[in-house]
Design a protein around this ligand. Structure first.
Ligand code: ZN
Ligand code: ZN
Length: 369
């Protein structure tokens, strides 16, 4: 079918909204009429050529929309269902079978190869293949193909444009706080970097009753928002005595849970130095290949843990509805992170994400009659 999509025609170039051709769904696939799509740094890294997907290509991996049709083997959703499109997984590898689908062993290819798992292309233009199937969705378009495994059905009465913040950014931060750092009453919690991922983690920590909650950033306006969303303390990331400040806030014990969304190497050492005994440092920011960090080995003797996580480490089909329930109950105000843009303004949305002007840009796709 003929669709409209934000095409990256050359590495590092702007998005151009063009007509392209989308395949019909295969037996395990779902055709979704897009309502909105979040934009994440990963989309821009793909645009700028840091990932294997070749230009020309269509990216976008935070899609939400309405199911238009389904392949013959699809059972869990049907036309008319509202869905959030999450990270893909194969369902067959050791990690998927162990219920760790965010660590699917086929994930890199499913996200970045520009084709389906079977190597076929979902998108064409003028008879030529286009890079598509980005995270098995390529959601910056009027329509997208997903696999049954990477759509999550949601209730009909939630603002889908708000939900476009969830598939990657919000569920990653909230999942890291809940699933990895075990946010609970009285746990001391620090978040480094207060973009969408960090603020989502902070909101989850607040909802869980963590205290104190420290937000660290170099942008005063972000720290002001962090306070509104539940930070009990804020610190300037450039403060040379950041470790001392964190220890003072925690009465000398150190911080029990640190969520690092910065991927700044120096922050690894400072975080480890600021951890309490048995504390956990979790990195969710993605550093580019080759970047290394160092820390003093002695600090690990006190039972401290250094780890990373992908997509919040959760089970998306349970976790996304759980977060939506918290949002509806007023316990997780993710709408505060969202700025909406018209599809035609997709390049402005991307620029505002890069400049830090916007926390979570969501592109709203025009609905044709
Ligand atoms: Zn797998
Ligand atoms: Zn992302």
């Amino acid at each position: 079918m003929r669709i409209r999509a934000a095409v990256i025609n050359e590495r590092g170039g702007a998005f151009a909204i063009e007509e392209v051709d989308l395949d019909a769904p295969q037996p395990t696939e779902v055709l979704v009429r897009m309502v909105a799509s979040g934009i994440c740094q990963t989309d821009l890294h793909a645009r700028d050529g840091y990932f294997p997907i070749p230009a020309p290509a269509v990216v976008g991996h935070e899609g939400v929309g309405v199911v238009e049709s389904v392949g013959s083997g699809v059972r869990s959703v049907r036309p008319g269902d509202r869905v959030v499109m999450v990270s893909p997984s194969c369902g067959e590898c050791e990690n998927c079978r162990a219920d760790h689908s965010t660590y699917c062993m086929k994930l890199p290819g499913l996200k970045m190869n520009g084709v389906r798992a079977d190597g076929s292309s979902t998108l064409h233009r003028g008879g030529q293949k286009l890079g598509g199937a980005f995270f098995q969705q390529s959601s910056l378009a009027s329509h997208a193909l997903a696999t049954e495994r990477n759509v999550v059905k949601v209730s009909a009465d939630v603002d889908l444009e708000v939900l476009a913040s969830m598939p990657c950014g919000v569920s990653t931060g909230a999942g890291a706080a809940i699933n990895v750092l075990a946010a609970r009453p009285g746990l001391s919690f620090a978040v480094l970097g207060t973009g969408a991922v960090g603020l989502a983690g902070l909101m989850a920590a607040k909802d869980a009753g963590c205290a104190p909650i420290v937000a660290v950033d170099i942008k005063p306006n972000r720290l002001a928002l962090a306070r509104e969303l539940g930070a009990t303390h804020t610190l300037d990331g450039n403060d040379p005595d950041l470790v001392g400040e964190l220890r003072e806030i925690t009465a000398g014990r150190g911080v029990q849970a640190i969520l690092d969304t910065t991927a700044v190497p120096e922050m690894v050492k400072r975080s480890v130095d600021a951890l309490a005994m048995l504390g956990v440092y979790c990195l969710v920011g993605s550093a580019r290949g080759g970047v290394e960090a160092s820390f003093e080995m002695r600090v690990l003797q006190y039972g401290r843990t250094i780890r990373g996580c992908i997509q919040g480490d959760g089970r998306p089909h349970a976790f996304i509805p759980e977060l939506i329930a918290r949002y509806r109950a007023g316990r997780f105000p993710m709408d505060r992170l969202v700025t909406r843009y018209a599809f035609a303004d997709v390049n402005r949305a991307a620029a505002d994400l890069e400049s830090g002007r916007t926390i979570k840009p969501v592109v709203c796709i025009p609905q044709e009659a």
